[in-house]
Design a protein around this ligand. Structure first.
Ligand code: NAD
Ligand code: NAI
Ligand code: ISE
Length: 335
């Protein structure tokens, strides 16, 4: 079966996901597009899916009978309304992170899905599909003994002017928040944020870099450096220290070159390239489940846990205190 997909939000990632569904993956076709900036949806139609219909609103797209499943790739603050509408229509929905910008918003989605009684939502936490993280998890599960510490870094070369201090959590750290609880099979109990000297490449509304300290139920201590004006590249680091040894996330493949009395290899600069293969795998997974009218992979519950943890981190940014994180009971639908 070919799943007929509607995309809401045709910016950077919406365009890229539309491209992979039309040109790379099996079992999906883009039949509908919508964006508050209609010209952007029109441009994606012209460049990628000439037969798709452009809708004036996301709600109209979701309600259209020719749309079997929905991709929500608009700005984070708009995700909740579209995911709730997709659930109401009973259509599988892939939602980019964050599922919602507040824990209350994510809970409304969890409640609606639980009331429905079956999974329809997959959240775009693509690192769980990344070959490097999958290999790291295998080693953490079986080779290095109990994990004790994690040292991680999430560096972007630059960010746009509208990127402000809390976005380091909601927009950026949220990937570590999700992937580290998955990697460690553990949950967070507290968060603290400390700020080093501010980079002169930052601006007045962004304290960059930041160090986020998380503690888990099993007592693992995690430090994550978020540095979104690091200049030199897009760099994701993760080292797990266990009681028998330590394991590092593999670097992306890169040719080591000797030239002009130097040994060098290139570093990626764009998030689109760093996880290009995992976006393919996550969306193929979505298409496969959507063909059966369901969803798999990172769930609304994972999106909700990420939102609760993010809220605690933002509070920690604001107060400088160690902020406790406590999770409600996980509904059976997500076991
Ligand atoms: P973007 O600004 O390039 O694109 C967002 C698009 O959404 C814009 O075209 C905008 O016009 C449109 N839009 C905004 N509000 C809308 C609405 N109510 N209805 C329809 N369209 C709307 O942003 P982006 O970089 O593509 O990011 C989009 C989402 O993807 C964000 O949630 C972001 O967190 C997520 N993202 C995830 C990753 C990842 O690695 N998983 C990477 C980049 C972005
Ligand atoms: P973007 O700004 O390039 O695109 C967002 C698009 O949404 C814009 O075209 C905008 O016009 C549109 N939009 C905004 N409000 C809308 C609304 N109410 N209805 C319809 N369209 C609306 O942003 P980008 O980088 O593509 O990010 C989009 C989402 O993807 C964000 O949630 C972001 O967090 C997520 N993202 C995820 C990444 C990942 O690695 N998984 C990487 C980059 C972004
Ligand atoms: C962006 O939205 C992403 O999701 C990228 O993966 C991340 O590195 C970046 O900081 C975010 O803004």
């Amino acid at each position: 079966m070919t799943v007929r997909i509607g995309v809401i939000g045709t910016g950077a990632i919406g365009r890229d996901h539309a491209r992979r569904i039309e040109k790379v993956l099996q079992g999906g076709r883009i039949v509908a597009l919508s964006d508050v900036n209609a010209a952007s949806a029109e441009a994606v139609r012209a460049d990628i899916a000439p037969d798709a219909r452009v809708f004036a609103s996301g709600e109209e797209l979701i309600a259209a009978p020719e749309v079997d499943a929905v991709l929500v790739t608009s700005w984070g603050a708009t995700h909740e309304q579209y995911v709730l509408a997709a659930l109401k229509a009973g259509k599988p929905c892939f939602c980019e992170k964050p599922l919602a910008t507040t824990a209350e918003g994510a809970k409304r989605i969890v409640d609606a899905e639980v009331a429905l009684g079956s999974r329809l939502v997959q959240v775009g936490f693509m690192r769980r599909y990344d070959a490097g993280y999958v290999a790291l998890k295998k080693v953490v599960d079986s080779e290095i003994g109990a994990p004790l510490m994690v040292h991680a870094a999430h560096r972007n070369p630059t960010v746009p002017e509208q990127y402000v201090t809390p976005m380091a959590i909601h927009d950026t750290l949220i990937h570590e928040i999700d992937v580290l609880r998955w990697l460690l099979n553990d949950e967070y109990v507290s968060a603290q944020v400390v700020f080093p000297r501010v980079s002169s490449h930052s601006h007045s509304q962004l304290r960059d870099p930041q160090i986020i300290l998380l503690e888990t139920k099993k007592g693992v201590r995690i430090d994550v450096e978020v540095f979104v004006n690091c200049r030199y590249g897009y760099d994701i680091q993760c080292q797990v220290v266990g009681e028998e040894g330590l394991a590092n996330l593999p670097e992306p493949m890169s040719i080591v070159m000797r030239k002009d009395a130097r040994q060098q290899n290139a570093i990626l600069t764009d998030w689109k390239d760093r996880f290009i293969a995992s976006y393919d795998v996550e969306l193929q997974d979505f298409l496969k489940a959507a063909a059966n009218g369901t969803a798999s992979g990172p769930s609304s519950w994972d999106g909700y846990v990420a939102a609760i943890s993010s809220d605690a981190c933002v509070k920690a940014q604001e107060t400088g205190e160690i902020v406790p994180i406590s999770l409600p009971e996980r509904p059976a639908l997500y076991n």
